[in-house]
Design a protein around this ligand. Structure first.
Ligand SMILES: Cc1ncc(COP(=O)(O)O)c(C=O)c1O
Length: 380
Protein backbone atom coordinates (compact mmCIF):
# COMPACT_ATOMS: atom_id res chain seq x y z
CA UNK A 1 0.00 0.00 0.00
CA UNK A 2 1.95 2.98 -1.30
CA UNK A 3 1.48 6.15 0.73
CA UNK A 4 -0.84 8.57 -0.92
CA UNK A 5 0.97 10.81 -3.38
CA UNK A 6 -1.90 13.19 -3.27
CA UNK A 7 -1.44 13.69 0.47
CA UNK A 8 2.15 14.71 -0.29
CA UNK A 9 0.90 17.17 -2.89
CA UNK A 10 -1.70 18.55 -0.52
CA UNK A 11 0.98 18.98 2.15
CA UNK A 12 2.99 21.11 -0.29
CA UNK A 13 -0.19 22.90 -1.30
CA UNK A 14 -0.99 23.87 2.28
CA UNK A 15 2.28 25.79 2.71
CA UNK A 16 1.65 29.36 3.87
CA UNK A 17 1.03 31.74 0.97
CA UNK A 18 0.19 28.95 -1.49
CA UNK A 19 -2.87 29.30 -3.73
CA UNK A 20 -4.12 25.76 -3.89
CA UNK A 21 -6.26 24.52 -6.73
CA UNK A 22 -5.02 21.08 -5.77
CA UNK A 23 -7.43 20.04 -3.02
CA UNK A 24 -10.88 18.66 -3.52
CA UNK A 25 -12.55 19.84 -0.37
CA UNK A 26 -15.70 21.92 0.07
CA UNK A 27 -15.35 25.54 1.21
CA UNK A 28 -15.95 25.73 4.98
CA UNK A 29 -18.19 28.77 4.36
CA UNK A 30 -20.75 26.34 2.92
CA UNK A 31 -21.11 24.36 6.16
CA UNK A 32 -24.42 25.15 7.89
CA UNK A 33 -22.87 26.31 11.18
CA UNK A 34 -25.83 28.60 11.89
CA UNK A 35 -28.32 25.74 12.31
CA UNK A 36 -26.23 23.18 14.15
CA UNK A 37 -27.34 24.20 17.63
CA UNK A 38 -30.97 23.80 16.56
CA UNK A 39 -30.18 20.44 14.93
CA UNK A 40 -28.49 19.17 18.12
CA UNK A 41 -31.41 20.25 20.29
CA UNK A 42 -33.80 18.40 17.99
CA UNK A 43 -31.66 15.26 18.18
CA UNK A 44 -31.50 15.29 21.97
CA UNK A 45 -35.23 15.95 22.31
CA UNK A 46 -36.25 13.30 19.81
CA UNK A 47 -33.80 10.47 20.27
CA UNK A 48 -32.05 11.23 23.57
CA UNK A 49 -29.36 8.74 24.47
CA UNK A 50 -30.12 6.46 21.52
CA UNK A 51 -28.42 9.01 19.23
CA UNK A 52 -25.23 8.09 21.12
CA UNK A 53 -25.80 4.32 21.21
CA UNK A 54 -24.59 1.48 18.94
CA UNK A 55 -26.98 1.07 16.04
CA UNK A 56 -27.77 -1.07 12.98
CA UNK A 57 -24.98 -1.66 10.46
CA UNK A 58 -27.46 -0.96 7.64
CA UNK A 59 -27.90 2.58 8.96
CA UNK A 60 -29.95 4.74 11.34
CA UNK A 61 -33.56 4.17 10.29
CA UNK A 62 -34.71 7.84 10.46
CA UNK A 63 -31.85 8.76 8.09
CA UNK A 64 -32.76 5.98 5.69
CA UNK A 65 -36.38 7.19 5.78
CA UNK A 66 -35.34 10.79 5.14
CA UNK A 67 -33.13 9.60 2.28
CA UNK A 68 -36.12 8.19 0.34
CA UNK A 69 -37.41 11.59 -0.94
CA UNK A 70 -33.85 12.99 -1.11
CA UNK A 71 -32.61 10.27 -3.46
CA UNK A 72 -35.81 10.48 -5.47
CA UNK A 73 -34.84 14.06 -6.38
CA UNK A 74 -31.83 12.55 -8.12
CA UNK A 75 -34.00 9.96 -9.89
CA UNK A 76 -33.07 7.14 -7.53
CA UNK A 77 -36.28 5.44 -6.39
CA UNK A 78 -35.68 3.26 -3.33
CA UNK A 79 -37.50 2.25 -0.16
CA UNK A 80 -36.10 2.72 3.35
CA UNK A 81 -34.94 -0.93 3.42
CA UNK A 82 -33.15 -0.57 0.08
CA UNK A 83 -31.05 2.39 1.27
CA UNK A 84 -27.86 1.72 3.24
CA UNK A 85 -25.51 4.08 5.05
CA UNK A 86 -21.73 4.04 4.67
CA UNK A 87 -18.93 5.96 6.39
CA UNK A 88 -18.64 8.39 3.50
CA UNK A 89 -18.67 7.04 -0.03
CA UNK A 90 -15.06 6.13 0.61
CA UNK A 91 -16.15 3.57 3.22
CA UNK A 92 -18.38 1.94 0.63
CA UNK A 93 -15.57 1.82 -1.95
CA UNK A 94 -13.41 -0.05 0.55
CA UNK A 95 -16.24 -2.51 1.35
CA UNK A 96 -16.74 -3.12 -2.38
CA UNK A 97 -13.06 -3.94 -2.75
CA UNK A 98 -13.24 -6.22 0.26
CA UNK A 99 -16.12 -8.35 -0.98
CA UNK A 100 -15.72 -8.20 -4.76
CA UNK A 101 -12.01 -8.12 -5.55
CA UNK A 102 -9.69 -11.13 -5.29
CA UNK A 103 -6.07 -10.62 -6.35
CA UNK A 104 -5.85 -10.45 -10.13
CA UNK A 105 -9.53 -9.69 -10.70
CA UNK A 106 -10.31 -7.09 -13.30
CA UNK A 107 -12.04 -3.81 -12.48
CA UNK A 108 -13.12 -1.46 -15.28
CA UNK A 109 -12.66 2.27 -14.64
CA UNK A 110 -12.89 5.51 -16.56
CA UNK A 111 -9.74 7.04 -17.96
CA UNK A 112 -9.01 9.15 -15.93
CA UNK A 113 -10.86 8.10 -12.78
CA UNK A 114 -11.28 9.07 -9.11
CA UNK A 115 -7.96 8.55 -7.35
CA UNK A 116 -9.65 7.60 -4.07
CA UNK A 117 -11.35 4.64 -5.77
CA UNK A 118 -8.01 3.33 -6.99
CA UNK A 119 -6.64 3.75 -3.46
CA UNK A 120 -9.63 1.92 -1.98
CA UNK A 121 -9.43 -1.00 -4.42
CA UNK A 122 -5.62 -1.40 -4.67
CA UNK A 123 -5.06 -3.25 -1.36
CA UNK A 124 -7.28 -6.06 -2.71
CA UNK A 125 -4.98 -6.55 -5.72
CA UNK A 126 -7.10 -5.84 -8.82
CA UNK A 127 -5.91 -5.31 -12.36
CA UNK A 128 -7.53 -2.38 -14.12
CA UNK A 129 -8.84 -1.96 -17.60
CA UNK A 130 -9.64 1.56 -18.65
CA UNK A 131 -12.62 2.59 -20.75
CA UNK A 132 -11.85 5.31 -23.22
CA UNK A 133 -13.42 8.69 -22.52
CA UNK A 134 -13.94 11.93 -24.39
CA UNK A 135 -15.41 15.29 -23.34
CA UNK A 136 -18.73 13.52 -22.67
CA UNK A 137 -17.21 10.96 -20.32
CA UNK A 138 -16.90 7.20 -20.80
CA UNK A 139 -17.56 5.97 -24.34
CA UNK A 140 -20.24 3.21 -24.44
CA UNK A 141 -18.53 1.28 -27.28
CA UNK A 142 -15.39 1.13 -25.21
CA UNK A 143 -17.37 -0.16 -22.21
CA UNK A 144 -18.89 -2.88 -24.40
CA UNK A 145 -15.49 -3.90 -25.71
CA UNK A 146 -14.10 -4.09 -22.17
CA UNK A 147 -17.03 -6.23 -21.00
CA UNK A 148 -16.60 -8.63 -23.93
CA UNK A 149 -12.81 -8.89 -23.73
CA UNK A 150 -12.12 -8.64 -20.01
CA UNK A 151 -15.27 -9.70 -18.07
CA UNK A 152 -14.53 -7.28 -15.20
CA UNK A 153 -15.87 -8.03 -11.71
CA UNK A 154 -17.49 -4.59 -11.83
CA UNK A 155 -17.39 -1.27 -13.61
CA UNK A 156 -16.75 1.92 -11.62
CA UNK A 157 -17.92 5.32 -12.91
CA UNK A 158 -18.54 8.88 -11.73
CA UNK A 159 -21.02 9.97 -14.42
CA UNK A 160 -21.85 13.48 -13.12
CA UNK A 161 -19.28 16.29 -12.73
CA UNK A 162 -16.64 13.62 -12.56
CA UNK A 163 -13.66 13.85 -10.26
CA UNK A 164 -11.14 14.67 -11.79
CA UNK A 165 -12.51 15.99 -15.12
CA UNK A 166 -15.80 17.71 -14.23
CA UNK A 167 -17.34 15.89 -17.20
CA UNK A 168 -20.97 14.73 -17.21
CA UNK A 169 -22.22 11.83 -19.30
CA UNK A 170 -25.24 13.05 -21.33
CA UNK A 171 -28.58 11.25 -21.21
CA UNK A 172 -28.31 9.39 -24.53
CA UNK A 173 -24.93 8.00 -23.58
CA UNK A 174 -26.28 6.98 -20.15
CA UNK A 175 -29.07 5.04 -21.87
CA UNK A 176 -26.51 3.28 -24.04
CA UNK A 177 -24.40 2.44 -20.98
CA UNK A 178 -27.48 1.13 -19.13
CA UNK A 179 -28.42 -1.06 -22.13
CA UNK A 180 -24.91 -2.48 -22.27
CA UNK A 181 -24.67 -3.34 -18.57
CA UNK A 182 -28.08 -5.04 -18.79
CA UNK A 183 -27.14 -6.92 -21.97
CA UNK A 184 -23.88 -8.22 -20.54
CA UNK A 185 -25.30 -8.70 -17.01
CA UNK A 186 -22.57 -6.50 -15.56
CA UNK A 187 -22.44 -4.65 -12.23
CA UNK A 188 -21.93 -0.88 -12.46
CA UNK A 189 -20.96 1.25 -9.46
CA UNK A 190 -22.39 4.75 -10.06
CA UNK A 191 -20.52 7.03 -7.66
CA UNK A 192 -22.44 10.30 -7.55
CA UNK A 193 -21.21 12.82 -4.96
CA UNK A 194 -21.67 15.93 -7.11
CA UNK A 195 -25.13 15.79 -8.77
CA UNK A 196 -26.57 18.26 -6.23
CA UNK A 197 -23.84 20.79 -7.05
CA UNK A 198 -25.33 21.88 -10.37
CA UNK A 199 -24.93 25.59 -11.07
CA UNK A 200 -26.48 25.71 -14.53
CA UNK A 201 -28.08 23.43 -17.10
CA UNK A 202 -30.55 20.61 -16.55
CA UNK A 203 -30.28 17.60 -14.25
CA UNK A 204 -29.46 14.33 -16.01
CA UNK A 205 -31.15 11.17 -14.70
CA UNK A 206 -29.00 8.61 -12.91
CA UNK A 207 -27.88 5.46 -14.73
CA UNK A 208 -29.39 3.64 -11.74
CA UNK A 209 -32.85 4.81 -12.90
CA UNK A 210 -32.20 3.15 -16.28
CA UNK A 211 -30.80 -0.18 -15.05
CA UNK A 212 -31.82 -0.56 -11.38
CA UNK A 213 -30.93 -4.27 -11.18
CA UNK A 214 -27.39 -3.74 -12.49
CA UNK A 215 -26.34 -0.52 -10.81
CA UNK A 216 -25.23 0.23 -7.27
CA UNK A 217 -25.85 3.95 -6.73
CA UNK A 218 -23.75 5.80 -4.15
CA UNK A 219 -23.86 9.37 -2.93
CA UNK A 220 -22.63 11.32 0.08
CA UNK A 221 -23.52 14.24 2.31
CA UNK A 222 -19.87 15.36 2.24
CA UNK A 223 -20.42 18.01 -0.42
CA UNK A 224 -23.88 19.26 0.65
CA UNK A 225 -23.56 19.18 4.46
CA UNK A 226 -20.04 18.50 5.75
CA UNK A 227 -17.41 15.87 4.96
CA UNK A 228 -16.43 15.57 8.63
CA UNK A 229 -19.73 13.82 9.34
CA UNK A 230 -18.62 10.87 7.16
CA UNK A 231 -22.13 10.00 6.00
CA UNK A 232 -22.67 8.30 2.65
CA UNK A 233 -25.78 6.64 1.23
CA UNK A 234 -26.03 3.82 -1.26
CA UNK A 235 -28.62 1.69 -3.02
CA UNK A 236 -27.39 -1.69 -4.26
CA UNK A 237 -29.24 -3.76 -6.85
CA UNK A 238 -31.74 -6.15 -5.27
CA UNK A 239 -30.15 -9.47 -4.29
CA UNK A 240 -27.29 -10.44 -2.05
CA UNK A 241 -24.86 -7.56 -2.66
CA UNK A 242 -26.41 -5.32 0.02
CA UNK A 243 -26.17 -8.09 2.63
CA UNK A 244 -22.55 -8.78 1.77
CA UNK A 245 -21.70 -5.10 2.04
CA UNK A 246 -23.35 -5.03 5.47
CA UNK A 247 -21.25 -8.02 6.55
CA UNK A 248 -18.08 -6.32 5.31
CA UNK A 249 -18.96 -3.13 7.17
CA UNK A 250 -19.70 -5.04 10.38
CA UNK A 251 -16.09 -6.12 10.49
CA UNK A 252 -14.78 -2.64 9.72
CA UNK A 253 -16.68 -0.19 11.92
CA UNK A 254 -19.94 -1.89 13.05
CA UNK A 255 -21.82 1.14 11.77
CA UNK A 256 -21.39 4.77 10.78
CA UNK A 257 -21.48 7.22 13.73
CA UNK A 258 -25.04 7.30 15.07
CA UNK A 259 -24.71 10.97 15.99
CA UNK A 260 -23.57 11.90 12.47
CA UNK A 261 -26.46 9.95 11.00
CA UNK A 262 -28.93 11.64 13.35
CA UNK A 263 -27.58 15.03 12.25
CA UNK A 264 -27.94 14.01 8.63
CA UNK A 265 -31.49 12.78 9.26
CA UNK A 266 -32.57 16.10 10.78
CA UNK A 267 -30.74 18.05 8.04
CA UNK A 268 -32.60 16.18 5.30
CA UNK A 269 -36.06 15.86 6.79
CA UNK A 270 -36.18 19.29 8.49
CA UNK A 271 -35.89 21.09 5.14
CA UNK A 272 -32.45 22.48 6.05
CA UNK A 273 -30.74 20.98 3.02
CA UNK A 274 -33.38 22.35 0.69
CA UNK A 275 -32.69 25.88 1.97
CA UNK A 276 -28.94 25.41 2.04
CA UNK A 277 -28.36 23.92 -1.39
CA UNK A 278 -29.13 27.10 -3.40
CA UNK A 279 -26.74 29.02 -1.10
CA UNK A 280 -23.98 26.47 -1.72
CA UNK A 281 -24.55 26.59 -5.49
CA UNK A 282 -24.62 30.41 -5.49
CA UNK A 283 -21.35 30.37 -3.57
CA UNK A 284 -19.55 28.09 -6.04
CA UNK A 285 -21.06 29.28 -9.33
CA UNK A 286 -19.10 32.59 -9.53
CA UNK A 287 -15.93 30.64 -8.75
CA UNK A 288 -16.53 28.26 -11.65
CA UNK A 289 -17.32 31.21 -13.93
CA UNK A 290 -14.18 33.05 -12.85
CA UNK A 291 -12.04 29.99 -13.52
CA UNK A 292 -13.55 29.42 -16.98
CA UNK A 293 -13.23 33.11 -17.89
CA UNK A 294 -9.60 33.16 -16.79
CA UNK A 295 -8.83 29.97 -18.74
CA UNK A 296 -10.43 31.48 -21.86
CA UNK A 297 -8.45 34.66 -21.42
CA UNK A 298 -5.01 33.36 -20.48
CA UNK A 299 -4.52 29.71 -21.44
CA UNK A 300 -2.78 28.97 -24.75
CA UNK A 301 -4.98 27.79 -27.65
CA UNK A 302 -3.28 24.37 -27.88
CA UNK A 303 -4.65 23.43 -24.44
CA UNK A 304 -8.14 21.94 -24.00
CA UNK A 305 -10.22 22.07 -20.88
CA UNK A 306 -13.60 20.84 -19.68
CA UNK A 307 -16.54 23.22 -19.24
CA UNK A 308 -18.41 21.75 -16.27
CA UNK A 309 -21.85 23.01 -15.27
CA UNK A 310 -21.28 22.04 -11.65
CA UNK A 311 -19.17 20.02 -9.25
CA UNK A 312 -15.76 21.05 -7.98
CA UNK A 313 -13.21 20.39 -10.73
CA UNK A 314 -11.99 21.42 -14.14
CA UNK A 315 -9.56 19.34 -16.19
CA UNK A 316 -7.06 20.88 -18.58
CA UNK A 317 -4.99 18.89 -21.09
CA UNK A 318 -1.89 20.25 -22.77
CA UNK A 319 -0.24 19.19 -26.03
CA UNK A 320 1.96 16.06 -25.86
CA UNK A 321 5.17 18.07 -25.61
CA UNK A 322 4.04 19.52 -22.24
CA UNK A 323 6.02 18.33 -19.24
CA UNK A 324 3.34 18.50 -16.57
CA UNK A 325 5.69 17.67 -13.66
CA UNK A 326 8.06 20.42 -14.70
CA UNK A 327 5.11 22.78 -14.83
CA UNK A 328 3.91 21.54 -11.44
CA UNK A 329 7.30 22.28 -9.85
CA UNK A 330 7.49 25.73 -11.43
CA UNK A 331 3.94 26.47 -10.31
CA UNK A 332 4.77 25.50 -6.72
CA UNK A 333 7.73 27.87 -6.75
CA UNK A 334 5.28 30.61 -7.80
CA UNK A 335 2.91 29.58 -4.98
CA UNK A 336 0.25 27.96 -7.13
CA UNK A 337 -0.64 24.27 -6.70
CA UNK A 338 -2.62 21.83 -8.84
CA UNK A 339 -2.67 18.04 -9.14
CA UNK A 340 -0.83 16.60 -12.16
CA UNK A 341 -3.16 14.42 -14.22
CA UNK A 342 -1.09 11.26 -14.12
CA UNK A 343 -2.33 10.28 -10.65
CA UNK A 344 -5.87 9.81 -11.90
CA UNK A 345 -5.06 7.05 -14.35
CA UNK A 346 -5.34 3.47 -13.14
CA UNK A 347 -2.70 2.46 -15.71
CA UNK A 348 -0.24 5.31 -15.94
CA UNK A 349 0.88 4.48 -19.52
CA UNK A 350 -2.46 5.93 -20.68
CA UNK A 351 -2.00 9.22 -18.86
CA UNK A 352 -2.07 12.60 -20.55
CA UNK A 353 -0.22 15.84 -19.85
CA UNK A 354 -3.06 17.25 -17.81
CA UNK A 355 -3.95 19.06 -14.61
CA UNK A 356 -6.92 18.93 -12.26
CA UNK A 357 -8.00 22.34 -11.04
CA UNK A 358 -10.32 22.70 -8.05
CA UNK A 359 -12.36 25.91 -7.90
CA UNK A 360 -14.33 25.61 -4.65
CA UNK A 361 -11.67 26.84 -2.28
CA UNK A 362 -10.45 30.11 -3.77
CA UNK A 363 -12.38 33.31 -4.48
CA UNK A 364 -12.81 34.56 -8.06
CA UNK A 365 -9.90 37.07 -7.95
CA UNK A 366 -7.53 34.48 -6.53
CA UNK A 367 -8.59 31.96 -9.18
CA UNK A 368 -7.94 34.50 -11.89
CA UNK A 369 -4.49 35.27 -10.51
CA UNK A 370 -3.65 31.55 -10.25
CA UNK A 371 -4.69 30.83 -13.83
CA UNK A 372 -2.74 33.84 -15.11
CA UNK A 373 0.35 32.55 -13.28
CA UNK A 374 -0.07 29.02 -14.67
CA UNK A 375 -0.58 30.34 -18.19
CA UNK A 376 2.55 32.49 -18.01
CA UNK A 377 4.57 29.42 -16.90
CA UNK A 378 3.21 27.40 -19.82
CA UNK A 379 4.00 30.05 -22.39
CA UNK A 380 7.50 30.88 -21.08
C1 LIG B 1 -15.93 10.61 -6.87
C2 LIG B 1 -15.80 10.58 -5.39
N1 LIG B 1 -16.19 9.51 -4.72
C3 LIG B 1 -16.10 9.44 -3.38
C4 LIG B 1 -15.58 10.49 -2.66
C5 LIG B 1 -15.44 10.33 -1.16
O1 LIG B 1 -16.37 11.10 -0.51
P1 LIG B 1 -16.76 10.85 1.00
O2 LIG B 1 -16.39 12.09 1.74
O3 LIG B 1 -18.24 10.62 0.97
O4 LIG B 1 -16.04 9.65 1.49
C6 LIG B 1 -15.14 11.65 -3.31
C7 LIG B 1 -14.55 12.75 -2.55
O5 LIG B 1 -13.92 13.63 -3.04
C8 LIG B 1 -15.25 11.69 -4.72
O6 LIG B 1 -14.85 12.75 -5.43
Amino acid sequence: MASSVIREILKQASRPGMISLAGGIPAPETFPMDILEEVFLKIIKRWGSSAFQYDLTEGFVPLREAAVPYLSRYSVEASTEEIFVSSGSQGLLDSLGKILISPGDIVAVESPTYLGAIQAFNPYGPRYVEMESDENGAIPESLEEVLIKNSPKFVYMVPTFQNPTGRTIPIERRKAIADIVIRYNALLIEDDPYAALRYQGKDVPSIKSMAPDHVLYATTLSKVFAPGLRVGLFVPPSGELGNWLVKAKQGTDLHTSTLSQAMAAVYLEGGYLEKRLPLICNFYHPRLNALLEAMDEYFPPDWNWSRPEGGMFLWAEGPDRTNIFELYKKALSCNVAFVPGEYFYANSENSRQAMRLNFTNADPDTLQHAVKTLASLIVN
